[in-house]
Design a protein around this ligand. Structure first.
Ligand code: NAD
Ligand code: ZN
Length: 364
């Protein structure tokens, strides 16, 4: 078992990574004194597969359980489902001390976390992530949000969980494409800050994808520690430190937006292609050696993640990039690798160079 402490003064918390950790949820919540009633937010898929183990753990620790199932898709991250959730919790909560348990992937985690942030101006919550992406990324760091029609994650709050409990055994039921999706973010951690993790993935990516217990334990623990370190240094994403986590995301977001957030590109897949574009950009701007960029591209391909942007016209992608830049970032900002394991932030990169990098990664 690994326990990583994320230090944020009075908002510090543990990230527990263990095969079978679902059984610890009751004990952890009891030790933290979170309340008397566990409001579990999940969806049908996750609850049917793994709910009984979580229920047992919470019951054993003496908690009453109130279950809230939300739709199984990004649609759950809407103002409508937030409103429904708040209403249901308020009806249930009469003279109780509720705390929230976010039990699912990043969608459930973002929605349940935001609900916890605003219900009664904040009730405690724990993250129990069940996808690889949520275990290594979304559940850690306190970014919570729902989507608005104009853009994703536009209404949200920084609100840290009281614990993150990652049970790697639940990943056995996760579809292969979602495993690859999470692996993309793990590759990202290797490129931005850990060349040992990157080399490990070069040798062991197939084991991680197959769900080998040691490989998963290592990859999830190491990634969680890296994410935690960035969050500790820049909790509110205001110091430019946490920005490094956006490696591959500038173009990744544009790919997701240009494909209408359809299932054509999962987030990690879009980020994978975005990482290749940013690595090529780094070579063009003489930030990184070509041989390092080739390693990034080779690993992404080896994991059956997209290294090329397909099925999207270049013009459409570029429009989405410009829109995203204007709307979200104000000016263009790229996280460019300096080598495997280190990055720098570049702002105001010339649009022609960006165009060239995108074009070089677009499949006809
Ligand atoms: N808060 C953050 O810092 C942060 C970071 C990255 C991503 N996100 C958000 O996370 C969301 C994406 O998260 P995701 O990739 O986990 O997607 P998701 O939550 O939609 O889960 C993917 C699918 O897997 C299913 N599933 C979950 N666990 C399972 C299991 N153990 N076995 C079988 N099926 C399972 C889900 O029901 C869903 O159908 C996006 O909304 C994104 O904006 C947030
Ligand atoms: Zn991401």
């Amino acid at each position: 078992m690994a326990k990583i402490r994320l230090f944020l003064k009075e908002r510090s918390y543990d990230i527990i990574v263990r095969e079978g950790a679902l059984a610890d949820c009751g004990k952890v919540a009891a030790r933290l004194g979170l309340g008397t009633d566990a409001v579990v937010v999940s969806n049908k898929t996750v609850w049917a597969l793994h709910g009984s183990r979580l229920r047992r753990a919470l019951k054993r620790a003496g908690f009453k359980i109130h279950l809230e199932l939300v739709p199984d898709s990004e649609r759950a991250k809407s103002i409508a489902s937030l409103a429904r959730l708040l209403r249901n919790i308020s009806l249930f909560d009469k003279r109780k001390r509720p705390f929230i348990v976010a039990f699912g992937g990043g969608v459930v985690g973002d929605l349940a976390g935001f609900t916890a942030a605003i219900y009664k101006r904040g009730v405690p919550y724990i993250q129990v992530p069940t996808t690889l992406l949520a275990q290594v990324d979304a559940a850690i760091g306190g970014k919570t949000a729902v989507d608005l029609p104009v853009a994703k994650n536009l209404a949200g709050a920084f609100y840290q969980p009281r614990a993150v409990i990652s049970d790697t055994s639940v990943l056995k039921t996760l579809p292969a494409r979602h495993m690859r999706n999470g692996l993309a973010e793990i590759i990202k951690y290797g490129v931005i800050s850990d060349r040992r993790l990157f080399s490990y993935l070069e040798k062991n990516h197939a084991k991680v994808l197959k769900g080998d217990r040691n490989a998963l334990a290592f990859a999830v623990t190491r990634s969680s520690a890296i994410k935690a370190a960035y969050v500790e240094k820049d909790e509110y994403d205001s110091q430019g430190v946490r920005a490094a986590l956006n490696y591959g995301h500038t173009i990744g977001h544009a790919i997701e937006a240009a494909s209408g957030y359809s299932s054509r590109y999962y987030h990690g897949e879009a980020v994978a292609a975005g990482m290749v574009v940013a690595a090529r950009l780094a070579v063009m701007l003489r930030s990184m050696k070509r041989s390092d960029s080739t390693r990034v591209e080779r690993l992404i391909r080896a994991c059956s993640l997209p290294a090329r942007i397909r099925g999207l016209s270049y013009a459409r992608l570029y429009r989405a990039y410009v829109r995203d830049k204007k709307f979200i970032h104000g000016k263009n900002r790229f996280v460019l690798p300096a080598r495997i394991g280190a990055v720098r932030i570049a702002e105001g990169v010339s649009d022609n160079v960006v165009k060239e990098a995108i074009a070089s990664c677009s499949a006809r």
